[in-house]
Design a protein around this ligand. Structure first.
Ligand code: HEC
Ligand code: HEC
Ligand code: HEC
Ligand code: HEC
Ligand code: HEC
Length: 480
């Protein structure tokens, strides 16, 4: 009812909106993400500090393509602002600002973080992306200073040079204080931790608060370490391995927060599958691994292999793939690789962009059309043709592909007796993934696909259709 009244009263305003919004919203998209998937911070800085409030958002703006132009990642002319609706201040939710000078040697205005960024502001332009580094957000919303909301949504708005909003998005800005040495039931108090620390190299439990990384080197804070103190990651994992019983959530957030929440958790992987045990983490540092800068890789040969690898020498969060777009832009942040589990907020952005959750896979989102050529990871776009809308009487199956052997193109007919997300992958005889031919939701009917084989050499290949947990196989030969 209220809507109608407003329509009636402000017809001009409505017209104005119509004149601008639809066309501009069609032309650009913005994708935002968090660099790490989780940022920890202390809540109370009066005794010791492990990490300050310091969160990083990244974003890319893409000018969409159409039948005559390719999409383009742009940074000129556009400005991006960020804000966290419902979370507008931090002073009073943590005592960081009382101790910032003592801990980090800088005078900070209220609600301004170590890099000068506040809870709202303008992102900085980098080569082909935007960055807001050091946002001092806490997990406490304005309405609740007690219960954490570790997965709040940041809102990003893209303005053109005339200050008109061209597009916007929402993305999770994760933060948690659930790394408490005391709350996990291990240490009786923070003072106790300080009192227990050897009085080495002038360690004085009364010179509070104490920044652990001021002596123990930490690449998270960029400290080089002092005296004889070993690296923070080494000392913490090495000394606590037995007491913590290798339960990473004793310190990393955490039993409540569940920072690792992604598609690989659903597949059954544990922290240790990728990182090793606490002892192994420590040992690898002793052997020369740089904590924070050398981490597991998606592209390792025992995981997804070279077709899905990071850029050489770079971390996942630093790598770009298809069209200069960051891996995280299509897949999400580390430990929050979409589709994530319970937490729907990680999925909202891709649902808004392409209509369904999961990897940003729909070519039209950026290209405006379905391009004819290699997509991300050399996905060859395969047109799925409906041959007959009726359901085949002999069940879900492949029919003979033709021509076989094939040269550059093969047609594979298949029948579906049920609906669902259909995935058809092509592998060589050694089991190496070659082509994703289909990855989309299909209704039951009889179909065929024309698969582009230009990237394959002569040899034998297997194709596997997965649907609702079932797998069906077929094979063909390529002779060039
Ligand atoms: C003034 C410098 C200094 C500061 C600040 C400091 N440490 Fe240490 N710490 C050392 C030195 C030196 C050692 C002994 C050498 C080593 O094992 O690294 C040590 C050893 C340790 C050990 C191993 C103790 C053992 O039983 O072998 C742990 C654990 C540790 N520190 C944790 C911390 C934590 C947590 C903080 C922050 C509250 C902290 N340190 C702050 C200098 C410091
Ligand atoms: C006793 C507390 C504690 C436990 C238990 C713990 N961590 Fe940590 N972890 C830390 C702290 C503190 C840091 C930050 C160190 C720094 O600033 O360099 C850290 C940093 C890390 C890092 C980044 C630094 C690096 O070495 O690359 C990784 C990865 C990591 N932890 C993985 C794990 C995994 C996996 C487990 C469980 C098998 C685990 N941790 C258990 C306290 C812990
Ligand atoms: C599927 C593999 C995988 C699993 C499982 C996994 N991690 Fe990681 N982890 C990674 C990768 C890859 C990175 C590097 C991400 C980047 O920064 O690009 C990483 C980085 C980290 C870091 C450093 C901060 C960062 O994001 O770079 C910490 C701390 C960490 N992991 C802790 C954990 C803990 C604790 C668990 C379990 C609760 C866990 N990881 C589970 C793959 C994994
Ligand atoms: C433009 C979007 C886009 C970018 C950028 C992108 N990917 Fe992908 N990625 C995809 C799509 C779409 C798939 C799904 C392919 C499929 O269904 O088989 C995929 C699949 C994957 C998979 C395999 C998932 C599985 O189910 O086995 C991994 C691992 C992966 N990508 C890693 C990366 C890494 C690492 C980067 C950065 C170097 C990256 N991706 C960049 C879109 C992207
Ligand atoms: C997140 C945005 C995004 C998505 C999703 C995306 N692309 Fe792209 N694509 C780009 C960008 C950006 C370029 C770079 C264009 C350039 O370099 O001028 C590109 C380039 C290409 C090119 C090369 C064009 C040329 O002429 O050099 C092809 C082919 C292509 N994409 C196919 C696909 C296919 C197929 C899909 C879907 C499976 C897809 N893309 C999904 C953003 C995207």
């Amino acid at each position: 009812m209220r809507r109608y009244v407003r329509l009636f009263l402000f017809p001009l305003g409505i017209l104005f909106l119509f004149a601008f919004q639809p066309s501009s919203n069609d032309e650009y998209i913005v994708i935002g993400w968090n660099d790490l998937g989780m940022h920890c911070m202390n809540k109370d800085f009066s005794n010791l500090a492990i990490l300050p409030p310091y969160n990083n958002l990244m974003a890319q703006v893409i000018k969409k393509g159409n039948s005559s132009t390719n999409p383009k990642v742009i940074t000129d002319e556009m400005k991006i602002t960020y804000e966290i609706p419902g979370n507008t201040y931090s002073v009073g939710k943590t005592n960081f600002w009382t101790y910032a000078k003592h801990l980090f040697g800088v005078d900070l205005k209220d609600d301004i973080g170590l890099t000068g960024k506040g809870l709202t502001g303008v992102m900085d332009k980098k080569d082909n992306y935007y960055l807001a580094e050091g946002i001092p957000i806490t997990p406490f919303t304005d309405n609740d200073h007690i219960n954490e909301d570790p997965y709040q949504l940041a809102h990003l708005k893209v303005y053109n040079s005339s200050n008109i909003v061209m597009t916007s998005t929402n993305t999770v800005i994760p933060v948690s204080t659930e790394m408490n040495c005391v709350g996990s039931g291990c240490h009786s108090s923070e003072q106790h931790i300080l009192n227990k620390h050897d009085k080495e190299d002038g360690f004085d439990p009364n010179k509070k608060p104490i920044l652990c990384a001021s002596c123990h080197a930490s690449n998270a804070l960029g400290t080089k370490g002092q005296h004889e103190a070993k690296s923070f990651s080494f000392i913490i994992h090495d000394k606590h391995a037995e007491k913590a019983k290798d339960n990473c959530y004793k310190c990393h957030p955490g039993e409540k927060t569940q920072c690792y929440r992604d598609v690989m958790l659903k597949a059954g992987l544990k922290c240790q599958n990728c990182h090793g045990t606490m002892k192994e983490i420590a040992k690898s540092i002793e052997k020369g691994r740089q904590p924070w800068l050398e981490e597991p890789s998606c592209g390792s040969s025992i995981c997804h292999g070279s077709a899905f690898a990071e850029e050489k020498g770079k971390l996942y969060r630093q790598s770009k793939g298809h069209g200069g777009i960051y891996c995280s832009a299509c897949h999400g942040s580390p430990h929050a690789i979409v589709p994530t589990g319970e937490l729907t907020r990680d999925n909202v952005q891709n649902v808004a962009l392409q209509g369904y959750e999961g990897i940003l896979a729909k070519c039209e989102v950026c290209h405006g059309i379905k391009p004819d050529g290699l997509g991300p990871h050399n996905i060859l776009l395969t047109q799925v043709k409906i041959e007959d809308e009726s359901i085949s009487s002999s069940g879900t199956k492949f029919n003979n592909p033709y021509p076989n052997p094939a040269i550059n193109k093969i047609t594979i007919p298949f029948d579906l007796n049920e609906e669902g997300n259909v995935n058809i992958e092509i592998f060589d005889m050694a089991g190496n993934h070659q082509i994703t031919a289909v990855n989309q939701f299909l209704l039951s009917a009889q179909y065929s696909i024309d698969v582009d084989l230009r990237t394959l050499n002569s040899g034998s290949y297997v194709y596997i259709l997965s649907l609702n947990g079932k797998k069906i196989k077929g094979n063909f030969n390529v002779a060039k």
